[in-house]
Design a protein around this ligand. Structure first.
Ligand code: TYM
Length: 334
């Protein structure tokens, strides 16, 4: 009997910094859980990183180390196509075409562009502005059904859908219209020291990196900002106790426990018990990942081989879509 065709999933992370708990809980953990039900493509979005200045040696190093960390998080390269974005030229090629089908006005409304142009006011380059178009190309090349991302990337998947629909309305059904897939818990992890802002590498003190040592993780959780009402009670109240709610969310995502179960577990115990307990859960969840990533990082030959095979498989799928697009827009083919 013919095997039913699996639905397809695609996502990526920029190797602009070390992977952190937000990337893991908001994205990678959900990817690794899905491998049996979907055909999966995951990549390192290195082309995107240069919208902000990068140290070339660091970028090179992170691009290979991130692959080791993807694999250590459970993404088996035999079952998932893992690749580096710049190894598949079709991403840049489709991005140019889609640039001509994307409006200045819609790019101006992107929250991330507004945030980043405020943050990097001396380098508001065209790439920063057209970033969502490259991301649309990343996605549409693979005709995926779903794009699993954290909440902050939802707007980018939405503009990708708009661009695809615009293109399809002119040329017929060229692109599949993908759905963003946002996890129920973990989709937005906040910084431990700044619970009003999403966890990000730019605030390293409140950011837990996958490669952090257990002691560093424990220290960061011990210092985590809870709340200023001195209630000292583990109760979920996102509005008034965002720091506690964030820690509960992390704990829930890692342990699979519900919020009422967590409230019951820590009833009458206060933050002095709760914060180290969350820290310990994170230490234990990240320990096997860190150890496996450290082992893999030493095996450059293996990682290079994974990248080579990944680029080959990804290019096959991507070039098929690119050829179709070139034909539709009228580029002469030999
Ligand atoms: P990036 O590299 O900023 O983040 C990668 C993934 O991690 C999620 N994430 C978070 N989730 C929860 N809490 C947080 N604090 C947190 N921080 C990050 C992000 O939502 C994302 O899923 N533009 C993308 C990369 C990209 C991409 C793509 C993604 C390029 N092309 C195509 C999907 C499909 C980005 O900068 O993500």
């Amino acid at each position: 009997m013919e095997e039913l065709q699996k639905k397809r999933m695609l996502s990526g992370i920029q190797p602009s910094g070390d992977l952190h708990l937000g990337n893991y809980l908001g994205a990678i953990k959900n990817w690794a859980d899905r491998v049996n039900d979907y055909e999966c493509f995951y990549f390192m979005a290195d082309l995107h990183t240069i919208t902000v200045r990068q140290d070339p040696a660091e970028l090179r190093k992170r691009s290979i180390n991130q692959l080791a960390q993807y694999i250590a998080c459970g993404l088996d390269p035999e079952q998932n196509v893992l690749f580096l974005q710049s190894h598949v030229p079709a991403h840049s090629q489709l991005a140019w075409v889609l640039n001509c089908y994307t409006m200045f006005g819609e790019l101006s409304r992107m929250t991330q562009f507004k945030d980043k142009s405020a943050k990097y006011e001396n380098n508001i380059n065209a790439g920063l502005f057209t970033y969502p178009v490259l991301m649309a190309a990343d996605i549409l090349l693979y005709q995926p059904d779903y794009v699993p991302v954290g909440e902050d990337q939802k707007q980018h998947v939405e503009i990708c859908r708009d661009i695809a629909q615009r293109f399809n309305s002119i040329y017929g059904d060229v692109f599949k219209i993908p759905e963003p897939l946002i996890a129920k818990t973990g989709a937005r992890i906040y910084g431990l020291s700044t619970p009003g802002d999403k966890m990000s590498k730019s605030v390293p003190d409140g950011c837990v990196f996958l490669m952090d040592s257990p002691d560093d993780i424990r220290r960061k959780f011990k210092r985590a900002v809870t709340d200023s009402d001195r209630e000292n009670c583990v109760r979920y109240d996102k509005e008034n106790k965002p720091g506690v709610a964030n820690l509960m969310n992390i704990y829930a995502t890692l342990t699979g426990k519900t919020i009422p179960e967590i409230e019951a577990e820590f009833a009458g115990q206060g933050y002095g018990v709760f914060k180290p307990a969350v820290g310990e859960a994170v230490v234990e969840a990240l320990r096997p990942i860190r150890e496996e990533a450290e082992r893999l990082m030493k095996d450059k030959a293996y990682l290079n081989e994974v990248y080579l095979k990944g680029a080959e498989k990804a290019s096959y799928v991507a070039n098929k879509t690119l050829r179709k697009v070139y034909k539709k827009v009228g580029f002469y083919q030999i």
